[in-house]
Structures are given as structure tokens and as C-alpha cells.
Design a protein around this ligand. Structure first.
Ligand SMILES: Cc1cc2nc3c(=O)[nH]c(=O)nc-3n(C[C@H](O)[C@H](O)[C@H](O)COP(=O)(O)O)c2cc1C
Length: 186
């Protein structure tokens, strides 16, 4: 994973911030402001050929009504980045609040059992795009990649929702960033 918040103080700085000490302090405050943004927490599925992966991600949002587009911010060093760039699809798995432990299981490349159809022991099936979808996800958005925006350390992958469904009761409370002690961003 990239260093949380980036490596060292990162500009630009407002005019009132002068000198290294002030820049370091400003960098910390800006990080805390960014951390206050409320996020959901998801497992993103990806696939290129027979290589499949699942990864914990909070930088996900709908970005258009018509067409129905979802955007996700993915680190360039992540296996998921390679698989989405190559395979041209991704799935956003919406997780039950009760399954919060799951997010810790998807913070590095997963072990795939193609016979048992599991990712790190969690049952999956392939969606209409062929991308893995966790059986225990409350719902999912299966997406075809439409655009990739280069953001430096990350890429913003924009995908069109080609299939979406609930797999559990629609009223199930879904996982949010505040349900874990972990953070990402800033
Ligand atoms: C709570 C949490 C949220 C995360 N959110 C993101 C995210 O939005 N984008 C991202 O690229 N990585 C995110 N990560 C880091 C990835 O889960 C991690 O880098 C993972 O190793 C990449 O997986 P991969 O190499 O298996 O594809 C997050 C990690 C945690 C613990």
C-alpha cells in the first residue's frame, strides 16, 4: 500500500504557509480535513484472463446518471490496477456492516481457489462481465471500464454499470469507513 497520505509534506501551500515547519503542520491539518470525508467501504473485484483479485477500497462513487457510471480510485502499484487496466472490468461489492472483518482480508493480493471458487476463503461467482462477485455481498455493481484518468499515484477508473443486484435483504445496513479503525486518504 502507498504511504498513507503520501510520502512527506505535499504542496501546494496557501500563501499564509511559509517555511518548512508551517508546511509540515499544514500538511497534517489538510490530512485531517480530508479524513473527515464520509466514505463507504467496499471490496472491488477484478479479473484479467484467469487472474482474479479482490481489494478493500473506499474511494468509490457514482459519477453520472446517464449513462450509469461508477468511479474508483486505485493505486497504480496494486494488482487490482493491473487487472482492471488489462481486463477492462471491475465489480463493486457492497458489504454488510456485520461483515466488517472482511475488509482486513482484502488488503493484499488474494489467494484464489478456482475449484472451490473462493477468494481468500470467501465464496465468489463471476458476474456478467466475468469479474468476481462475493456471494456474501449485500449487493454489487458489475462494471465495464469506459475511461481511465491518470491521477499520479492512483488512476481513476470509470466504469459503466452493466449489472447490479441485491443478494441479501435490501434493508441490510452496509459497511462504511467509520465502522473500521483503519483509514485511507488524507
Ligand atoms: C480501509 C482501507 C481502505 C482502502 N481504500 C483504498 C482505495 O480507495 N484505493 C486504493 O487504491 N487502495 C485502497 N486501500 C489499499 C488497498 O486495499 C491495498 O493497497 C491493497 O494491497 C491493494 O490490493 P491488491 O494489490 O491486492 O490489488 C485501502 C485499504 C484499507 C485498509
Amino acid at each position: 500500500m502507498a504511504a498513507p497520505g503520501g510520502a512527506g509534506p505535499i504542496g501546494p501551500y496557501p500563501p499564509s504557509i511559509v517555511g518548512e515547519e508551517a508546511q509540515v503542520e499544514y500538511d497534517k491539518v489538510r490530512r485531517r480535513v480530508l479524513w473527515t470525508l464520509p466514505y463507504g467501504l467496499y471490496v472491488v473485484g477484478s479479473r484479467a484472463g484467469e487472474r482474479r483479485n479482490g481489494m478493500t477500497l473506499n474511494w468509490a462513487t457514482q459519477v453520472s446518471f446517464e449513462p450509469k457510471l461508477m468511479g474508483i480510485g486505485v493505486e497504480k502499484t496494486a494488482l487490482t490496477h493491473e487487472l482492471i487496466a488489462e481486463g477492462g472490468t471491475f465489480s463493486v461489492n457492497i458489504i454488510s456492516r456485520e461483515d466488517r472483518a472482511i475488509v482486513r482480508k482484502f488488503t493484499k493480493p488474494v489467494e484464489v481457489d478456482e475449484t472451490a471458487k473462493t477468494l481468500n476463503g470467501f465464496a465468489f461467482h463471476d458476474g456478467v462481465t466475468g469479474t468476481p462477485i462475493l456471494d456474501q455481498a449485500v449487493g454489487y455493481l458489475d462494471c465495464e471500464l469506459r475511461q481511465t484518468v491518470d491521477l499520479g499515484g492512483h488512476s481513476f477508473f470509470i466504469g459503466e454499470v452493466v449489472d447490479a443486484a441485491f443478494q441479501a435483504d435490501e434493508a441490510t445496513e452496509v459497511l462504511r469507513m467509520e465502522d473500521t479503525r483503519m483509514n485511507y486518504g488524507g
